[in-house]
Ligand binder design. Structure first.
Ligand SMILES: N[C@@H](CCC(=O)N[C@@H](CS)C(=O)NCC(=O)O)C(=O)O
Length: 228
C-alpha cells in the first residue's frame, strides 16, 4: 500500500512530515494542494479531513492529519524500534513537549508573520511579532544547552517539526550567532542531514521567493530581513 500525502511544499508542517518520510525511506505519493487559493476546498481534502489542513496522510483506511500526529504514527507503525520516538516514557514526554512547543508557540507565530507578509503587505514584523520570535529563539537556545538535538542527544521526530519551523522563522528574522549560538549551530547541523535539502530547503526557498516578491512589491528598496 502506497502512502498518500496531501502536501504543500511551502507549509512548515508539510515539510516536517516530508523530513520524517525521507528519514524513514518511505515511499509516498504526494498530492499537491495549493493553499494560497481557495480551490483546494473543492478537492477531496475537505471530504476526508473536515479541518481541510495539510499535511493529511492516507494510509489505506487510516486518515491522519496534523504533522505531529502523522510523524508519531509513521515512526510507530513503520519503525517502532527507531530512536526517532523512543519508548521510554520520560524521553517521550520531552519529545512531546517539544512537539507542543512547535504546535502551540512556533506555528502560530509563523502563521501570523507569514500572513502579515503575504496578505497584508507588511514589510516589517510588528513589535509583538518580533518579541514572540525572539522569545522562541531564546527558548530553543535553552533546549539546546546540553544537547545537539532539540529533545536530547539523538535526532527525534521533535527535530523534524522544530527544524522546519525554526528554519522558516530564521528566513523571516535571521537567527544571530551572538545571542543564540547553539540555535545557529542547530540549524547548520540540520542542513547536514542527507535529506534536508529535498525535504525542507526546497519548500522553504519557494516560500522565501513568495515573501520576497510581496515585500519587493511593497517597497523597491528592501531586502529580505523582514525583522530588521
Ligand atoms: N497543526 C497543524 C497545522 C496545519 C495547518 O494549519 N496547515 C495549513 C498550511 S501551513 C493549512 O492547511 N491551511 C489551509 C487551511 O487551513 O484550510 C499541523 O501541524 O499539521
Amino acid at each position: 500500500m502506497v502512502l498518500k500525502l496531501f502536501f504543500c511544499a511551502i507549509s512548515p508542517p508539510c515539510r516536517a512530515v516530508k523530513l520524517a518520510l525521507n528519514a524513514l525511506h518511505l515511499n509516498v505519493q504526494y498530492e499537491d494542494v495549493d493553499i494560497l487559493t481557495r480551490k483546494y476546498l473543492q478537492t477531496q481534502l475537505p471530504k476526508i479531513n473536515p479541518q481541510h489542513t495539510v499535511p493529511t496522510l492516507v494510509d489505506g483506511d487510516a486518515i491522519i492529519w496534523d504533522s505531529h500526529a502523522i510523524n508519531i504514527y509513521l515512526v510507530q507503525k513503520y519503525a517502532p524500534d527507531y530512536s526517532l520516538y523512543p519508548a521510554d516514557p520520560y524521553q517521550r514526554a520531552i519529545i512531546n513537549q517539544r512537539l507542543h512547543f512547535d504546535s502551540g508557540l512556533m506555528y502560530p507565530c509563523i502563521y501570523n508573520s507569514v500572513v502579515s507578509i503575504l496578505f497584508k503587505q507588511m514589510r516589517n514584523l510588528n513589535q509583538h511579532q518580533l518579541i514572540a520570535v525572539k522569545q522562541i529563539y531564546a527558548f530553543a537556545e535553552k533546549f539546546l544547552t546540553q544537547n545537539e538535538w532539540i529533545a536530547g542527544d539523538k535526532l527525534t521526530v521533535a527535530d523534524f517539526s522544530c527544524m522546519s519551523s525554526l528554519s522558516t522563522l530564521d528566513y523571516i528574522f535571521p537567527v544571530s550567532s551572538k545571542t543564540t549560538p547553539k540555535l545557529m549551530r542547530y540549524l547548520e547541523r540540520s542542513q547536514d542531514l542527507p535529506y534536508y535539502e529535498l525535504a525542507n530547503q526546497e519548500g522553504l526557498n519557494q516560500l522565501g521567493k513568495l515573501m520576497q516578491e510581496k515585500v519587493l512589491k511593497a517597497s523597491k528598496n528592501i531586502t529580505m530581513n523582514i525583522g530588521n
